[in-house]
Design a binder for this molecule. Structure first.
Ligand SMILES: [Zn+2]
Length: 191
């Protein structure tokens, strides 16, 4: 996972001395999780349960796709379709974390379709809309102090859409991208 701490420029930075995740949580950090699919947030489940539920930090989850490219694992099947079921599951999970939610509509490509490399999926998403613009809007609305996303190199599980979601976060937040000067990264943590 990657954690980005974001400096607050308009006032004294309350997180200037924050060293660990707990320090951000204790100071009331607004926490944003950015992922590719409904259920990816479960990879950070213990962090979210602690911060959003036990400590009551404001939390928001942003997901690029509705998960229609996966496989239905329910014995009763996924009616009317997998994306609808996973969207409902994602909404229920967000409620359990007491987190607000943004779900975009970018395509979730089946892992069985091997032609979908990471850059092919990026091209597909950019043909469908503006994934970085969507993410920028989420960040501007929620104003996070801490952002949690997947690792851009292996995507936690090797899934190329996980990698792409993280790369888009990096491209939007890193100063060289030229966006969101009030949300430049003060530090990043990798685990
Ligand atoms: Zn996933």
């Amino acid at each position: 996972m990657l954690l980005f701490g974001m400096p607050v420029l308009w006032s004294e930075d309350p997180f200037a001395r924050a060293e660990y995740f707990d320090d951000y949580v204790d100071k009331g950090a607004r926490i944003l999780v950015v992922s590719a699919h409904p259920d990816d947030e479960s990879l950070a489940g213990p962090l979210l349960a602690y911060a959003c539920l036990q400590k009551g930090n404001p939390c928001h989850i942003a997901v690029f796709t509705r998960g229609g490219g996966g496989t239905c694992g329910l014995l009763r099947g996924c009616k009317p379709d997998l994306a609808t079921v996973r969207t409902q599951e994602m909404k229920a999970a967000a409620r359990r974390y007491r987190a607000s939610l943004d779900l975009a509509h970018f395509s979730d490509s089946s892992l069985k379709v091997t032609k979908y490399t990471r850059e092919a999926i990026r091209a597909l998403w950019e043909a469908e809309g503006d994934p970085k613009g969507w993410l920028r809007g989420v960040i501007e609305r929620f104003q996070p102090d801490l952002l949690i996303t997947l690792d851009p190199h292996h995507g936690f599980t090797g899934h190329v859409e996980h990698q792409l979601a993280s790369l888009l976060v990096n491209e939007v937040l890193l100063p060289r991208a030229g966006y969101l000067p009030d949300h430049s990264i003060s530090r990043s943590f990798t685990s």
